[in-house]
Ligand binder design. Structure first.
Ligand code: ATP
Ligand code: MG
Length: 596
């Protein structure tokens, strides 16, 4: 390509709307243009990056026997009703854009494709002899995100690779899932990215096991915890660990402790010479279930620890028949629910009664009481006394009348041990999720009646896995991981061009002739080369080349007369002086070094 026919549309200044560096560089480099909130146009440079990533994905997936197809983006609501996801995805905070056709039938723009592919599988797969099979596509997805932000990181329209596999047994699904995990590692490595695979919560997609692939970056929206040697890695949503030891309470002769105006755990510790590990805090939530019941939930946890709401969701959904759909924290003087009694902070203890009398009003509810292990293992502790201005010393959990569900509902933290017998502690970092693989099991096949006849002649629900990669998010995450003060430093594997030729003065006939010769040689050798044939100052061309992040530049300057040019690496800034004859070979050698 020549810049005169492949125009660069770089901006002098970064648009102020961009909050993180990768977003800023994509806009400034002319890769993307914002059309509306979370909706972007992919300009020619961007499309080249997307196509390169897609080719890397195709190669790996075809290698493990996947077949590429293209599914519709407009989904009939009917199908989503069958899987039971229509309501959750379209009502309230649901993320599916939805619309009506002229016959008033409901449709949605696809945020994901489990329903459509499972329905097709139910029609085309009859026998175990057709299994396993895996279909995938690379296509635009739509999600009406609550907070679209950071450019392509959280868009409302973005490109995803999504794949779905079908198996005749759970074991076969597990074997394929492992293969896919390896393929994902190859894909990200071949894109020039460093990723960490973490155990993950399956979220709204559902299923048994799931793993996310994270690019570590301060701008990441996920928190991940891992050990230095890689023996353990998990998303905070899922991570399990042992908190640091608590300080035992040595002597405590009073049962009621006067704590006027001591509102926080820090206050209680400071004024009563206590440690936060000696306190049990009780956080109250209002849980809303899909059978329309609303139940107050008391979650008890050690004073220095934090509640993990996703673990509460998973726990309650496992125990109860109806599904918990919303969990709202109730702060004092809360207006979230008018039926909820006003309770000052620090008021409640774990022995909160079903009947509460406060400010002369009686409030009676059946509570769900959950105790995190960090609190349940305390032999004695201090907590709220269910009286204003008092806390209480508890010398056992057993003496309390209430029934408690004891479970892990705690966020793992940096510094926690992963087990008692290992000295390894957790490190916490922010991560960008660029891929996610799931063992779905029979969740969708059961709902959509997708059966096959097994080797015994019986009918069985198909076993399924699903596998996503955020293609556009991956591209931006690569910039988050690879940039400097002058702009993007693309890994060569996904750069829009591998090399840019910069004649410092294109009007000079010698430079021009040499540039054209090198250009043709590179094109003939299938190298993605860009020739900056603009009649611009060298400084402008260098600045643009740095900003858009082409991994190598070849400068054709004054020495052109002696058939000499310079090969400069974008990220290392190394300069190799080369004769025109050797430039192709030198470039190939240097770019190979960059691959590894
Ligand atoms: P997140 O937790 O970030 O909202 P998710 O877990 O809902 O993502 P999946 O359903 O697992 O996303 O989708 C597969 C992949 O698609 C993700 O790993 C991510 O890389 C990408 N992705 C998801 N949502 C977006 C979005 N709004 N914009 C860009 N990429 C996205
Ligand atoms: Mg995910």
């Amino acid at each position: 390509m020549r810049v005169t026919s492949f125009p660069l549309t770089t901006l002098r200044d970064a648009p102020s709307e961009a909050e993180i560096i990768s977003h800023k560089l994509l806009l400034q480099g002319g890769y993307i243009r914002r059309v509306s909130s979370g909706i972007y146009a992919y300009m020619p440079l961007m499309l080249r990056v997307i196509e390169k990533i897609s080719l890397i994905i195709d190669k790996e997936l075809i290698n493990i026997g996947c077949s590429k197809l293209l599914l519709p983006q407009l989904h009939p609501g009917e199908l989503w009703e069958k899987s039971g996801r229509w309501e959750g995805y379209t009502a309230g905070e649901g993320i599916m854009f939805n619309l009506k056709d002229r016959q008033n039938r409901g449709y949605g723009l696809a945020p994901t494709h489990e329903e459509v592919i499972t329905n097709i599988a139910s029609e085309i797969i009859n026998s175990y002899k057709q299994l396993p099979v895996c279909y995938y596509q690379i296509q635009t997805k739509f999600r009406d995100e609550i907070r679209p932000r950071f450019g392509l990181m959280r868009g409302r329209e973005f490109i995803m690779k999504d794949g779905y596999s079908f198996h005749s047994s759970e074991n076969d699904l597990k074997i394929f899932y492992k293969k896919m995990e390896k393929s994902y590692e190859n894909i990200f490595k071949n894109c020039g990215l460093e990723t960490i695979g973490v155990d993950a919560d399956s979220g709204a997609i559902g299923g048994a096991a799931s793993k996310e692939f994270m690019v570590t970056a301060n701008s990441g929206e996920d928190s991940i915890l891992f050990t230095k040697n890689g023996s353990y890695a998990a998303n905070i949503e899922k991570a399990v660990s042992l908190p640091k030891r608590s300080k035992p309470i040595v002597e405590f002769d009073q049962v009621l402790i006067k704590t006027p105006n001591q509102k926080t755990i820090e206050d209680i510790c400071k004024f009563n010479n206590l440690d936060a590990t000696q306190i049990v805090k009780v956080i109250i939530y209002l849980g809303e279930f899909d059978d329309k019941t609303k139940v107050p939930i008391a979650a008890c946890i050690r004073g220095d620890q934090y509640i993990n709401e996703i673990k509460i969701f998973n726990l309650l959904n496992k125990i109860y028949d109806s599904n918990l759909i919303k969990l709202s924290i109730i702060e004092n003087k809360s207006s979230i629910n008018k039926n909820f009694i006003d309770l000052p902070m620090g008021y409640l203890g774990p022995d909160i009664p079903d009947k509460i009398i406060n400010e002369n009003s009686l409030w009676e509810k059946k509570w769900i009481r959950i105790v995190d292990y960090s609190a349940s293992e305390l032999k004695s502790f201090i907590s709220g006394a269910n009286q204003i201005n008092f806390h209480k010393y508890f010398n056992s959990w057993q003496s309390l009348d209430n029934t408690f569900i004891t479970s892990d509902i705690r966020n793992a933290q940096e510094g926690d041990l992963i087990s008692l017998d290992k000295e390894e502690t957790l490190i916490e970092k922010k991560g960008i999720e660029i891929g996610h693989i799931f063992q779905l099991g029979q969740k969708y096949s059961e709902k959509l009646n997708a059966k096959f006849s097994n080797s015994n002649g019986g009918l069985e629900n198909l076993w399924m896995g699903c596998y996503g990669i955020g293609v556009t998010r991956l591209a931006q995450a690569a910039i988050e991981q690879n940039h400097d003060n002058d702009g993007i430093c693309w890994p060569i594997q996904i750069a829009p061009f591998s090399v840019v030729l910069i004649p410092t003065n294109f009007k000079d006939p010698i430079q021009r002739k040499l540039s054209e010769e090198i250009y043709i040689k590179f094109v003939k050798n299938d190298i993605d080369v860009l020739l900056d044939d603009r009649d611009e100052r060298a400084g402008v061309k260098f600045k643009d080349a740095d900003l858009i992040g082409i991994p190598f530049r070849i400068i054709i300057g004054r020495d052109a007369i002696e058939n000499k040019v310079e090969l400069v690496s974008r990220s290392k800034k190394s300069i190799i002086k080369s004769s025109t004859n050797d430039i192709l070979e030198n470039f190939i050698n240097e770019s190979k070094l960059m691959y590894n």
